[in-house]
Design a protein. Structure first.
Length: 297
């Protein structure tokens, strides 16, 4: 049965849910923005009979601790939360499954603590070094990522204005149009989370602290600071990596996969042609099967 718990990870309390046999192989699920742990409900239910499944609310999200300072959302602090959660649960190594901002956190954790990751599954997010390259050099990705600059400047108004129309269209309507089955109960729960302005601002602070986005016309060449502190020689990882890519994602373009085999030589990319940014919501059975196969059946 799904249990709600809290872990003290250093400077905040991290809320997480956990299920499955205590001796089951552990899988940690990392959500994106403007998400919370509940986006993983279908996958948690699928893996709980055989695996120990854990899904935290990341720093600032939903029921987890919420610092006010933007710099408290720098990537090394979020990575530290994940490390603190694994230590709290006495998990020496886990499989990480992540999407959206959770995938940027997952890559960042892998690059800094590869000894704690048995396998990594990322959805529609390439290696941060490749994403930085695309933000700096690829006009198509720059155009697709202009929302990042808007989020950093005026994200609260965008996401909460007009009765939450942005979330209605960009999340629920878009995902359902491509096959997602989201119950009225789950939609209401998610909208309640989105109705918390603190949750929204904390998520937007991820963008602000990372300084992520295309060139801003004010001197920034684009990219991010997600690789700060990671030496160039440490950006290559031999950990098994599975990339699940929704080909209809309008925000993240497949050109970012070029060069992945050099930085992650033990990686495999699976394209889902009819999926968008919300691939785990639109195709939970397909994603479950891919992850299960990746983990050895």
């Amino acid at each position: 049965m799904l249990e709600h718990r809290f872990a003290d990870t250093g400077d905040l309390r991290l809320h997480y849910v956990i299920d499955g046999p205590a001796d089951g192989e552990p899988i940690v699920f990392l959500h994106g923005f403007p998400e919370y742990w509940g986006v993983w409900k279908r996958l948690l239910a699928a893996f709980a009979p055989t695996h120990r499944v854990i899904a935290p609310d990341l720093r600032g999200a939903n029921q987890s601790g919420r610092p006010k300072d933007v710099q408290a959302y720098r990537i090394e602090r979020i990575v530290g939360d994940v490390l603190g959660l694994l230590d709290h649960l006495a998990l020496p190594r886990v499989t990480l499954v992540a999407q959206d901002w959770g995938s940027l956190v997952g890559w960042s954790f892998l690059l800094r603590h590869r000894e704690r990751v048995a396998r990594y599954v990322t959805m529609n997010i390439t290696h941060p070094a490749l994403f930085d390259r695309e933000l700096r050099e690829n006009p198509a990705q720059q155009q697709a990522s202009m929302y990042m600059l808007a989020f950093r400047a005026q994200g609260e108004a965008m996401l909460t204005g007009d009765g939450g129309a942005f979330a209605d269209q960009a999340i629920f309507a878009d995902a359902r149009a491509h096959g997602a089955v989201i119950s009225a109960e789950d939609e209401a729960e998610w909208k309640a989370v989105l109705g918390d302005m603190g949750h929204v601002t904390a998520g937007l602070n991820y963008y602000r602290a990372a300084e992520i986005g295309p060139p801003d016309g004010k001197g920034s060449k684009g990219g991010s600071n997600l690789l700060d502190g990671v030496r160039p020689e440490d950006q290559r990882v031999d950990t098994p990596v599975l990339v699940i890519w929704g080909d209809r994602d309008p925000y993240l373009l497949p050109a970012g996969l070029e060069g992945l085999s050099e930085l992650a030589p033990n990686s495999r990319v699976v394209h889902v042609p009819d999926a968008t940014h919300w691939v785990s919501l639109e195709h939970p059975e397909r994603v479950t099967a891919l992850v299960r196969e990746f983990m050895g059946g």
